[in-house]
Design a protein around this ligand. Structure first.
Ligand code: GBH
Length: 458
């Protein structure tokens, strides 16, 4: 790194935090260990036909038992931060009420180990694994979920706030409702245009209640994480422009608008029609809470065209000359700069973390010399980090970057078929092998971004 020029174009601001992200259900395994209750994902993955090849999280990356090795791995890569999520039903097996101390101890030990190794924990309260006991009570369709979530938050704030200084309420409420309540591809697997807006609204009430509870207990920072995909019209037609506005409101504004502006974008009424409820205006007082930061997860964009699809009447068009990752998502770094500028222009100067960014590509097996050669991932990360730097140059207050993901892991309904890790996981032996992208990322961190002055090596 010392050989790199000091008049670096891509040196990142002082204090910019470099890390990696994971989520409980995707890496931990041992979901019922030490007194934990089942989550909707344990239940969903054990329901025949719900996941690819019937894959489930019973073992995953066995992180629940190998967490010490994984912290060492992070330290060796030079990570400064680690974003992980807590499994609610390890802490409160029934979702509310009785606290399971053994579950709390797991995360407490993990946090201590991170701190001992100079790694800052970013804790996400909810990354999709609702206690099954709460789903039995209606889950996110039950208005009481706001109280349940605040109660759960309070238990963790009291146990960990001295040591965890960055908290996230929800990860990607859009995915929770679009996948879990509208299209049914994710737990709990419902398909209802009527349920989706109710679940979304209750998620935002729960977010507000958890932030409120944090202000009463916590001393540090709390925010919301959303997935954002900029939408570009496929043509200049008025129909495509309107479809683009609907798609943008649905995915990108449905949660940030209520959380930060206290209202929904008007297009949602067009999307949901008679299924769009008249929400109680009082609810927005709970939903809008001052936040310390917003976390943005960015993977791709979409080019939008009007069509008959349900219920948006808008769909994405494939770009003939573009590059796609293995999940079929277009690689489009410029979209990240565009959306960060849109965020600042729409919501003002709130600190932003990029809380997820990364891609699945077909990786070769671990070579005899121990390498996993993943040039496409390096290229992806290189271009997106430059795109983030461009947004910083344009005045967006971006405080950190968490690559998705530290480890190859369980990609929800797609099982183990997609590998997003910068570290390869052999699911037979649980051996971890840093891919070339991890070694490269480690140099980016070590040079505080100056490594990005070099062209992408591929
Ligand atoms: C994240 O969600 C999750 O937080 C994480 O748990 C997960 O493992 C990771 O991403 C990888 O999937 O089909 O072209 O219309 C991802 C959010 C929303 C990103 C839907 C891609 C569809 C693009 N995703 N989006 S497209």
């Amino acid at each position: 790194a010392d050989a790199l020029p000091s008049n670096s174009r891509y040196q990142f601001p002082k204090g910019f935090l470099w890390g990696a992200a994971t989520a409980a259900h995707q890496i931990e395994g041992s979901p019922m260990a030490d007194g934990a209750g089942p989550s909707i994902w344990t239940r969903f993955a054990h329901t025949p036909g719900m996941t690819l090849n019937g894959d489930n999280g019973d073992i995953a990356c066995d992180h629940y038992r190998r967490w010490q090795d994984d912290v060492k791995l992070m330290r060796d890569l030079g990570l400064q931060a680690y974003r992980f999520s807590v499994s609610w039903s390890r802490i409160l097996p029934e979702g509310t009420g009785r606290v399971n101390q053994a579950g709390l101890d797991f995360y407490s030990r993990l946090v201590d180990a991170l701190l001992e190794n100079g790694i800052e924990p970013l804790l996400t309260l909810y990354h999709w694994d609702l206690p099954a006991a709460l789903d039995d009570r209606g889950g996110w369709l039950n208005r009481d979920c706001a109280d349940w979530f605040a109660e759960y938050g309070r238990v963790l704030y009291r146990a960990l706030d001295g040591r965890v200084k960055k908290w996230v309420t929800l990860n990607e409420p859009w995915v929770i409702t679009d996948g879990g309540y509208l299209h049914g591809a994710l737990a709990p697997g419902h398909r209802s245009r009527y349920e989706a807006p109710i679940a979304s609204h209750n998620l935002m009430r729960a977010h507000g209640a958890a932030v409120q509870a944090y202000r009463a207990e916590g001393k540090h920072e709390i925010g919301l994480v959303v997935n954002i995909e900029p939408k570009y019209p496929a043509s200049e037609s008025e129909a495509d422009a309107a479809a683009t506005r609907r798609a943008h409101a649905y995915m990108n504004e449905q949660y940030l608008h209520p959380a930060l502006l206290g209202r929904y974008p008007p297009e949602l009424k067009e999307v949901f029609g008679d299924a769009w409820p008249d929400f109680d205006p009082e609810d927005f007082k709970l939903i809008v809470q001052p936040l310390d930061f917003v976390g943005i997860n960015y993977y791709t964009r979409s080019v939008t065209q009007a069509n008959d699809s349900y219920p948006l009447k808008a769909g994405a068009v494939r770009q003939p000359l573009a590059t796609y990752s293995e999940t079929g998502w277009e690689v489009f770094p410029q979209g990240l700069t565009d959306l960060l500028l849109w965020f600042k222009n729409t919501y003002g100067d709130l600190p932003v973390y990029i809380t997820e960014n990364g891609a699945a590509f077909f990786d070769p097996p671990v070579a005899e010399n121990g390498h996993v050669c993943d040039p496409l991932r390096i290229n992806y990360l290189h271009k997106h980090l430059r795109a983030i730097h461009d947004a910083i140059d344009a005045g967006v207050d971006i405080r950190g970057y968490m690559v998705w993901s530290l480890l190859d892991n369980l990609e929800w309904s797609l099982g183990y078929s997609k590998r997003f890790g910068i570290v390869h996981v052999n699911y037979g032996t649980q051996e971890r092998t840093p891919k070339d992208s991890a070694l490269w990322y480690s140099q980016v961190i070590g040079s505080h971004g100056r490594k990005l002055d070099e062209p992408s090596p591929y």
